[in-house]
Design a protein around this ligand. Structure first.
Ligand code: NAD
Length: 310
């Protein structure tokens, strides 16, 4: 293969052990090695990484693979100029992030987060008669219908929910009852008990959920964000929660991560904070290895890469 040496950047350790991934890929190239922050990258033809460092641009790499689906941290133009291919890990998170997204909906509907808080204080406390509700009669609006969005939509539909989607090319999607284009976002949001965000962070989506969007949502609606923090104007979200314009939020991603200690989002009963963990699962390394293997085969065969971003 053109790719003889693959570096596994030890930033992947945030998600799975670098050595476990290296071993899973060991037979796919002649040299698969873990590289740390200080190590020389020049022997590497390709790099599998979680984080981005500017020195990646000058290391003579042919290819960088991001173990995340979101590649908003990478400088597309600079990579392009240097002829470095960038691939991402979209396509592998639909089930697990779908389960997390719908799991957050279940928690709010069945009050699981409240019961757990009471348990921590050793309190036996039943909810008020009208706190809990069945999901079956509720509606979800899923914004972005790629891997994550479809994962959420099919699971919401399986629980009997009415599902609306927002999609740039508003063609029908399985499990989605109605599809709106982004220009009609407010209409799509208006009836939903849950609004789930599943778009990448781009110039178009940054801040797409702000004061006007929260005003367009129902007062008893919950926002679910498993996409990227900056898709939501976080200050506007806090204002909307304070004003009772939203019922609550399930948030896996934030403007600043880790979420700062002094954030007011920590202490709210109707806000569930998860630490950017929606995609975590014990198969993560295998799933990434499958994409990398396929692309090594394609490199060999001179075919175009899958999951290519740059
Ligand atoms: P994907 O590429 O499969 O899907 C993204 C979809 O969003 C595409 O269908 C795209 O056409 C659509 N889209 C883009 N801009 C849009 C807009 N303005 N309006 C409506 N739709 C738009 O990617 P994915 O695997 O579904 O991941 C989506 C994003 O979720 C990633 O970019 C990443 O930032 C985030 N993510 C988060 C986690 C987590 O652990 N929380 C895990 C995986 C991905």
């Amino acid at each position: 293969s053109d790719i003889a040496t693959i570096g596994v950047h030890d930033s992947v350790t945030d998600v799975f052990p670098a050595s476990v991934f290296r071993d899973a890929l060991a037979d796919a190239a002649s040299d698969v090695r873990v590289v740390s922050a200080g190590d020389d990258l020049s022997p590497c033809d390709a790099l599998v990484t979680f984080s981005y460092e500017d020195r990646f641009l000058e290391a003579g790499l042919d290819w960088i693979h991001s173990i995340q689906a979101g590649v908003d941290r990478f400088p597309f133009d600079a990579l392009q100029e240097r002829g470095i291919a960038l691939t991402n890990s979209t396509g592998i998170h639909g089930d697990v992030v779908g389960e997390t997204g719908v799991g957050l909906m279940l928690a709010f509907a069945r009050r699981l987060h409240v019961h757990r808080s009471h348990q921590e204080r050793g309190e036996w406390r039943q909810p008020d008669w009208d706190d809990a509700f069945p999901l079956r009669r509720e509606s979800a609006c899923v914004v972005g219908l790629g891997t994550l969005g479809q994962g959420i939509a099919t699971r919401a539909a399986a629980l009997g929910m009415d599902v609306t989607g927002v999609k740039r090319t508003p063609l029908p999607v399985d499990g989605v009852d109605r599809v709106y284009p982004p220009e009609r976002l407010h209409e799509a949001l208006a009836d939903a008990r849950f609004v789930a965000l599943a778009v990448p962070l781009t110039d178009d989506t940054e801040g797409m959920m702000s004061t006007a969007e929260f005003a367009a949502m129902r007062d008893d609606a919950y926002l679910i964000n498993v996409a990227r923090g900056p898709v939501v104007d976080q200050a506007a979200l806090v204002d909307a929660l304070d004003a009772g314009e939203l019922a609550g939020a399930g948030l896996d991603v934030f403007e600043t991560e880790p979420l700062p200690d002094d954030s007011t989002l920590w202490d709210r009963e109707e806000v569930i904070v998860t630490p950017h963990a929606a995609g975590f699962n014990d198969e993560y390394y295998e799933r990434v290895a499958t994409i990398v293997r396929e692309n090594l085969r394609r490199f060999d065969a001179g075919e175009s890469l899958t999951n290519r971003v740059v």
